[in-house]
Ligand binder design. Structure first.
Ligand code: URP
Ligand code: ZN
Ligand code: ZN
Length: 458
């Protein structure tokens, strides 16, 4: 059915206009004032609302075998939570480990999502080893439409690659025109520091941060940048958490290294004191890189405003309280991850735009447009323009609420942002022209989501 969004304030990067949007056959076909539309067109009144392009989460984990367990969400629960929160596309980390076959892993991840997502999705393909068949498999995966890789410098012997494997991955990525995203922490230092702390009887979640100090992330970030510099590949640092690592990334950018930076919601809004809470309360806040000393939040917000940080993702990775308790005798066994897919847009709007830390333009750019541009989705996604997919978020800036586990749709029994105020939420969300959400309720098609094929950048 055709769709008309009437009288909203359309916000895209560099533009704010009051106009109507008309969509048919899944795409936006007209934008203008007082549009004439055929009888029977479904109409949404967006008076006093902001109309944003559908938001894109560049970094989520849904199917994830990790740390002796599995992340909690299914593609159904995660995608519904995403759309209710205004995210209409997510890019999931496809993460086979070093013992798995990469191509079989890619097919497994695709099969987990296929026909089960309520919104559109793509993958970053993790390269967790580089063996004889890796090159041909990666070529096949890129030809299939997955044009971004992921490497982990952390998680020794599981996801982590060594320098030789990083070099081979980046060299191939350069040839293929593929961007490489990277988790930048020095795996060897983490392993040594963990053993040292445990040997000293330091077993609680408060020791997670000291086992992965800022210097460990700074080294990883700088090393990744040096490898980009020497291979000519294009890179993206995921979940950069602290001032020192930002310094390493900015120094590289200044040298002309093609490098973008992602911040994630937990590092913007939470600090290490959360993980220092006793017992399971602290375990809920264990993720890597860890939550940092508070001054880093201020640095990250400023960097986001100045476009030193390019994008905001979540690193959505839900483990429930029982799973977190796997680490009750050693912080090294606490499954790493904090969920956030449902709350990113509202918390970024409230604690970013409404608190004056970033403007509306940066909000849309960092959570949608720039993500689409970096990962080969623009202009199909990430903007409101004739020819773009009709992924629209009709946003009510007058809504007032509070984040809570009691109202969330993510499949988990806690919310790391519990009690935080939100000043605004989506009142209507569409995915390719179909209304999927109204006023916080999912009312749409649970299988609407499609795998997004992305071209490499050659
Ligand atoms: O703690 C985290 N970030 N868990 C998910 C895996 C990763 O490193 O992104
Ligand atoms: Zn990571
Ligand atoms: Zn992650």
């Amino acid at each position: 059915m055709a769709l008309l969004i009437r009288n909203g304030e359309i916000v895209t990067v560099g533009s704010r206009v009051h106009a109507d949007i008309y969509a048919e056959n899944e795409t936006i076909t007209r934008i203008g004032e007082n549009l004439d539309v055929p009888p029977g067109t479904e109409t949404v009144d967006a008076e006093a609302k902001l109309v944003f392009p559908g938001f894109i989460d560049p970094h989520v984990h849904i199917y994830l075998p990790f740390m002796a367990t599995f992340a909690k969400d299914t593609h159904e629960t995660a995608s519904i939570a995403a759309i209710i929160g205004g995210t209409t596309t997510y890019i999931e980390m496809c993460c086979p480990n070093r013992n798995d076959d990469a191509l079989a892993g890619y097919q497994l991840w695709k099969s987990k999502a296929s026909g089960k997502s309520a919104c559109d999705y793509a993958f970053h393909m993790s390269v967790t080893k580089f063996v004889q068949e890796t090159e041909s498999q990666l070529r096949e995966i890129v030809a299939d439409g997955t044009s971004s890789f992921k490497i982990f410098l952390a998680y020794k012997n599981f996801f982590g690659v060594d320098d030789g494997e990083m070099y081979q991955t980046l060299t191939l990525a350069r040839q293929l025109g593929v961007i490489v995203t990277a988790h930048c922490e020095n795996a060897e230092l983490v392993a040594r520091l963990q053993q040292q702390l445990l040997a000293e009887g330091k077993i609680g979640p408060e020791w997670h941060e000291p086992s992965r100090p800022e210097s460990v992330e700074t080294e990883g970030t700088g090393r990744f940048a040096s490898f980009l510099e020497n291979t000519g590949a294009t890179g993206y640092v995921v979940h950069l958490s602290c001032e020192k690592a930002l310094g390493a990334a900015l120094a590289a950018k200044q040298r002309g290294v093609r490098l973008s930076v992602e911040a994630v919601l937990p590092h913007l809004l939470l600090d290490k004191s959360f993980a220092e809470r006793p017992g399971v309360e602290g375990m809920k806040y264990v993720m890597s890189p860890p939550l940092r000393a508070k001054h880093n939040q201020h640095v990250l917000w400023n960097a986001l405003a100045l476009v030193f940080v390019d994008t905001v993702g979540t690193d959505h990775c839900p483990f429930d309280i029982e799973q977190k308790r796997l680490g009750k005798d050693a912080f090294t066994n606490i499954p790493n991850g904090i969920p956030g897919i449902e709350d990113r847009v509202n918390l970024l709007y409230t604690h970013g735009v409404k608190r004056g830390r970033i403007d509306l333009d940066r909000f849309v750019d960092s959570a949608s447009t720039r993500v689409a541009k970096l990962f080969g989705l623009f202009p199909r996604k990430g903007t409101i323009a004739v020819g773009s997919d009709a992924d629209l978020v009709i946003y009510d800036p007058n809504y007032r609420g509070t984040v809570s586990v009691k109202t969330q749709h993510v499949n988990n029994d806690y919310n790391g942002f519990e009690g935080m105020p939100i000043e605004g939420r989506p009142s209507v969300v569409t995915v390719r022209g179909k209304i999927q959400v109204r006023d916080g309720k999912f009312i749409g098609d649970r299988t609407r989501g499609q795998f997004l094929k992305r071209e490499p950048n050659l």
